[in-house]
Design a protein. Structure first.
Length: 276
């Protein structure tokens, strides 16, 4: 058994080495850069960042947008995943294509499409005005609400597919057994479907939250400079201010948040798996 494990380890060594060089090493260097000023160890950039009220407001906005985006995506994704898990034949193929195809379209294209929808004379305002719901265009572009809706739409497949994968593997006899015992649809969902699907929910939330908290293109197009996020501050620090230490500090904060989300979701998923 140990010999087989060693052979598997040797086969995985090239891939792990590639990941270490391409991903882990640059991130480690970035983290190291955030603690250096003129070649010496320092936490001054972190003190400066957390001591600035504007930076704290951007940090809170970034966390709030990521959390609300994740919640909205979950609300839409869960019933969609249930329908997909029950679909068969051509309908299942249509749902899968509808989920996978948007992932092949660039983020810029999808974000720009939402700017067309939300602009003052966009499709949404023109429709509302033609129906008589409003007399004047409603300002929706460059708002946090528009950002949350647009981001939830872009990241929706990353929420749907993990939940769908778990629901698809669920033993169909369990809900049938609950029905035979006289369980109501609400009882079946709360005591059978929902608990068994929680690992997929945790994975989908981790994916979506990690993507939402680090997004750059979507807020740049939908809200612009009016409501900055941590990623936009990072870009401004590197590209315009030429302050590598500040950019590395903000990037490290995003990295720490992302790692915390991954570790927390992995721990929670393992606990849920152990209970089942």
């Amino acid at each position: 058994m140990s010999g087989r494990a060693e052979r598997i380890g040797l086969l995985a060594l090239p891939g792990l080495s590639f990941l270490a060089v391409i991903y882990a090493l640059p991130l480690f260097m970035l983290l190291l850069k955030s603690f250096q000023i003129d070649g010496e160890f320092s936490v001054a950039e972190y003190v400066t960042f957390f001591g600035d009220d504007y930076n704290l407001s951007v940090l809170w906005r970034t966390l709030r947008v990521a959390l609300l985006t994740t919640c909205l995506a979950l609300i839409i994704a869960y019933p969609t995943a249930i329908i997909m898990a029950r679909a068969k034949g051509i309908w299942l193929s249509i749902f899968l294509v509808a989920m996978v195809l948007p992932m092949s379209v660039g983020v810029i294209v999808k974000a720009f499409a939402w700017t067309i929808l939300f602009r003052t004379r966009g499709v949404l305002n023109d429709t509302l005005m033609s129906l008589g719901s409003t007399d004047a265009p409603i300002r929706r572009l460059f708002t946090e609400t528009a950002l949350i809706i647009g981001a939830a739409n872009v990241f929706l497949p990353f929420m749907v597919l993990p939940i769908y994968a778990v629901l698809r593997q669920m033993d169909s006899r369990l809900p049938e057994a609950a029905v035979s015992l006289g369980a109501t649809p609400v009882f079946r969902f709360m005591n059978v479907t929902l608990p068994l699907s929680l690992p997929g929910v945790v994975a989908g939330c981790a994916f979506t939250f990690s993507l939402a908290i680090s997004m750059y293109v979507i807020p740049s197009l939908i809200v612009g400079e009016r409501q900055q996020t941590l990623s936009m501050l990072t870009g401004r620090s590197f590209l315009y201010l030429r302050n590598e230490a500040l950019g590395a500090t903000i990037s490290s904060i995003l990295l720490i948040i992302a790692i915390s989300v991954v570790l927390g979701s992995s721990w929670l998923a393992s606990r849920l798996g152990a209970r089942q």
